[in-house]
Design a protein. Structure first.
Length: 475
């Protein structure tokens, strides 16, 4: 049918070579049969004949989206909005609405939530002023929901909750059970991301309400498990994931979530089994490969872990966690130059990764690249100024390069953040012992170190304090 339409347009162009509609329709037909480059050529030809054809700009923008040309698509959408603002009628209003919606979706897909929010709000304004036009009005509730999602992604939690509980939303909740469950899941996710325990408890209640209404709602049961795991109820979370897998054994997200809970409950072999099962369904998933690598690293099999991290990096070159964990294994085996190159890649993907900056600095210290290591640690402190371990690492580096005054300042700051660490008192004592006027203060620090160490050993002996296990792996 599309081919017949293209042939008819060809005949129309043969009869009238400057017929804009023929090129426009042929471009749209070629878009429908996924010939995007040919569609762009036809729509461009239509615009050469009539530069004010807003529909040609709009459809060409859709073609550019399919081709992955984001900047060209945004440019064409902007031109459509300029043209639509100069002519006001029902057809241009619909085109303007569709442009705002599609441009908002494009921004949202590329995680530009602020611009997506602006476009969706403009689209909602058009919907609310459209009167009884049913084609436009049916979008209202979906737009309100999506605006709430944008507020959530921007960490504007109060605005997101206000959006999801607005009167326009509530009027549809009673009539449409699917929409009601979608809104409750969205609300639960907002409350999960809030820092206080009361909000996290509210999130659990929203998910429980959905599961009560529909015990087979996979999405709600999965998020209920996430919520319980976040609150530290690992066994209850495991039960939810297991229940979901009983009626859908191929749910990869549930298998992955149950594996993480198993690892948190110190059952790494069960976690390994679940991740292997998940990888049967998605064998090239970078996230699953990375998580299996973490478990194998946890079990002491660094060779197999490295194989998984490399496979994850091949599957998704933008997977920062795989690069980070592989770099840590290389550091463990003394391959510092290779580790530094992988940390470089992590920081290309995410320049604000303070853990990668810190570990790269440690590798550089071993390679005696002190100046570069200091820059990395100072940059990490700008990102995370309250991280005691970064202050400690920088203090140790400054001691190494014989700058005890600055080293003392960083050890003091670390003790303000983490007051009862005997090792840091020892290092601050080392820094003070290198300053002639602070010998007595150095002795005081050494005494405090010994006293704290004795107290901590006694507390561990009676089971009052667990031995801290610092890990740099990520799951």
């Amino acid at each position: 049918r599309y081919s017949k339409g293209v042939l008819n347009c060809n005949e129309a162009i043969r009869i009238c070579p400057n017929l804009v509609r023929a090129y426009l329709y042929r471009g749209c037909l070629k878009y429908s049969i996924r010939l995007y480059d040919h569609a762009i050529n036809d729509l461009t030809k239509a615009l050469q004949i009539d530069p004010s054809c807003s529909h040609a700009y709009y459809n060409r923008a859709l073609c550019y989206i399919r081709r992955g040309n984001l900047s060209y698509a945004l440019k064409d959408f902007a031109i459509v909005l300029c043209l639509a603002s100069s002519i006001k009628n029902s057809k241009t209003q619909l085109l303007e609405l569709e442009t705002y919606v599609n441009r908002g979706l494009l921004h949202y897909e590329h995680k530009d939530f602020q611009n997506a929010l602006v476009d969706f709000e403009h689209a909602l304004e058009l919907v609310l002023t459209s009167g009884d036009d049913k084609k436009i009005y049916t979008l209202k509730h979906r737009l309100i929901y999506t605006i709430g999602q944008c507020h959530h992604r921007l960490a504007q939690f109060d605005k997101a909750i206000e959006q999801f509980t607005s009167s326009e939303i509530n009027e549809r909740l009673t009539a449409d059970i699917t929409y009601r469950h979608d809104v409750w899941i969205a609300l639960g996710n907002v409350y999960m991301d809030m820092s206080d325990n009361i909000s996290k408890s509210k999130a659990t209640k929203f998910f429980e309400r959905i599961v009560h209404e529909n015990p087979f709602h996979e999405h709600a049961r999965l998020h209920l498990g996430y919520s319980l795991r976040q609150r530290g109820y690992y066994q209850r979370a495991w039960t939810q994931f297991a229940a979901l897998l009983r009626f859908n054994p191929s749910n990869v997200r549930a298998l992955e979530a149950r594996a993480i809970v198993c690892l948190q409950m110190n059952h790494p072999r069960e976690a390994f089994i679940d991740l292997n099962q998940a990888l049967r369904f998605e064998p090239s998933s970078a996230q699953l490969l990375t998580n299996r690598g973490v478990i194998q690293q946890y079990l002491g099999d660094n060779k197999s872990a490295m194989c998984d991290y490399r496979a994850a990096m091949l599957s998704d070159p933008q997977n920062a966690f795989a690069h980070y964990n592989a770099a840590n294994i290389l550091m463990f085996h003394g391959q510092f130059l290779q580790a530094i190159s992988l940390f470089d890649r992590v920081l290309e993907i995410n320049p604000r990764d303070e853990a990668a900056l810190t570990n790269r600095a440690i590798a550089k210290v071993v390679m005696k690249q002190y100046t570069s290591a200091r820059e990395d640690l100072e940059h990490a402190l700008l990102i995370s100024p309250t991280s005691a371990h970064i202050h400690v690492d920088l203090g140790q580096l400054l001691l190494t390069i014989n700058e005890p005054v600055e080293a003392e300042q960083h050890f003091t700051r670390a003790l303000e953040i983490r007051p009862c660490d005997p090792v840091v008192f020892k290092w601050r004592g080392d820094a003070r012992s290198k300053q002639d006027e602070k010998q007595q203060e150095a002795l005081d620090d050494y005494r405090t170190c010994v006293e704290l160490n004795d107290v901590l050993q006694l507390a561990r002996k009676h089971g009052l304090v667990k031995t801290s296990a610092k890990t740099r792996r990520r799951l």
